[in-house]
Design a protein around this ligand. Structure first.
Ligand SMILES: C[S@@+](CC[C@H](N)C(=O)[O-])C[C@H]1O[C@@H](n2cnc3c(N)ncnc32)[C@H](O)[C@@H]1O
Length: 343
């Protein structure tokens, strides 16, 4: 659990106001003190870390790693939570070094000090060092897109275009998810789409009929958070529901073989978006596949065990799907389930 005893709650309140204000208020650096970053790191950033944990669990289940020996670049790093989560998941020795980037000097100082605490021997590259190195790199971006004016967005996309792999997490709102889907479409012909997509057709969200939908997922907090008095205080004060954190994400690399195993003939690879609604006789879900977005019904008679799991403990939402119109005929997880011992 983070150290809540020394939290600067007033700084957190100010940050909340900054995050709720329109993007122009966040176009210039807003990190001014170490205490604000420390308070952010223990709360908002930790919550962002749960989203990263969820994505990184999927990548581990799929045995996907970024190319080894690359420099890890955390762009718009803030307190540095995304880079730290990625380093922990793949191990620091997987990377040749870390480059932290933020337009706020205070954020750079804080994230550098934190990484030195956790991984003292990891080589750190400053901006001139990174530019000079010309080394292949893995780009990490977390909760940045909606703060960027057009020139900064273009700079970031240019960096993404040159990366060996990209791991990108944004909030799970309609607007943020669709902004990330726009980025996805810009790279769908030049990079391999590892996740969340099961295909590289144009993103179906942009079909007129799908204007109300968005590609988002939910990350649960670690056990104990919802009953922890400090987290409850934070959630009330920040106006945040800690039960599940909505997020959207994008993972790209340069490999050419399919990112998912082949699905059986007569089925198509599909990703279930958002949270399925589970009723007594059936579950209703939104599935994304190469032929578009589909609202589907999975009846309890068809797969009682899966309907039950969708309510409480859904598997990774990647399926070999067979359907007749909006009725699911079969929906089998593509990625083997977690080891039952782990549950
Ligand atoms: C909401 S914070 C997210 C911080 C961190 N990535 C995380 O997930 O906790 C957005 C970060 O992007 C940085 N940022 C915004 N515009 C930027 C720009 N034009 N260049 C570099 N960093 C920028 C901000 O300073 C801030 O640290």
């Amino acid at each position: 659990m983070p150290d809540f005893d020394h939290l600067d709650w007033t700084a957190l309140d100010r940050l909340r106001a900054t995050f709720l204000s329109d993007a122009s208020a966040r176009a210039t650096p807003y990190w001014h003190t170490h205490d604000t970053l420390a308070a952010y790191d223990a709360t908002y950033a930790e919550r962002i870390g749960w989203k990263w944990d969820s994505l990184l669990r999927e990548l581990a289940a799929r045995v996907w790693t970024p190319p080894s020996g690359t420099v890890l670049v955390d762009w718009g790093c803030g307190s540095g939570v995304a880079g730290r989560r990625v380093l922990t998941a793949f191990s620091p020795s997987h990377f040749s070094g870390l480059h932290l980037h933020d337009h706020a000097p205070e954020a750079l100082a804080f994230s550098t000090a934190r990484i030195r605490e956790v991984y003292p021997s990891l080589p750190l590259l400053d901006s001139p060092g990174f530019r000079r190195s010309d080394a292949p790199f893995t780009l990490v971006v977390s909760h940045v897109l909606n703060e960027l004016p057009p020139e900064a967005r273009a700079t970031l996309l240019d960096l993404a275009a040159r990366a060996a792999a990209v791991l990108w997490v944004e909030p799970g709102t309609h607007a943020d998810s669709r902004a990330l889907a726009t980025v996805r479409d810009e790279f769908r012909n030049t990079h391999r789409l590892v996740a969340p997509c099961t295909h590289c057709e144009a993103c179906p969200l942009f079909a007129e009929a799908n204007a109300r939908d968005w590609c988002h997922f939910f990350a649960a907090p670690p056990p104990g958070v919802q009953n922890d008095a400090s987290w409850v205080r934070f959630s009330h004060r920040a106006g945040i529901d800690l039960r599940s954190q909505a997020f959207s994400y994008l993972v790209l690399d340069r490999a050419t073989m399919p990112a998912l195993p082949a699905v059986p003939a007569g089925t198509q690879a599909a990703r279930v978006l958002g949270r399925p609604e589970v009723f007594k006789p059936y579950a209703r879900l939104l599935a994304c596949a190469s032929d578009g977005l589909h609202f589907l019904e999975l009846s309890k008679r068809t797969d009682p065990a899966l309907v039950k799991r969708l309510a409480k403990d859904p598997p990774l939402p990647l399926y070999a799907l067979s359907r007749d119109g909006s009725k699911v005929i079969s929906m089998d997880p593509i990625i083997p389930d977690r080891d039952p011992q782990e549950k």
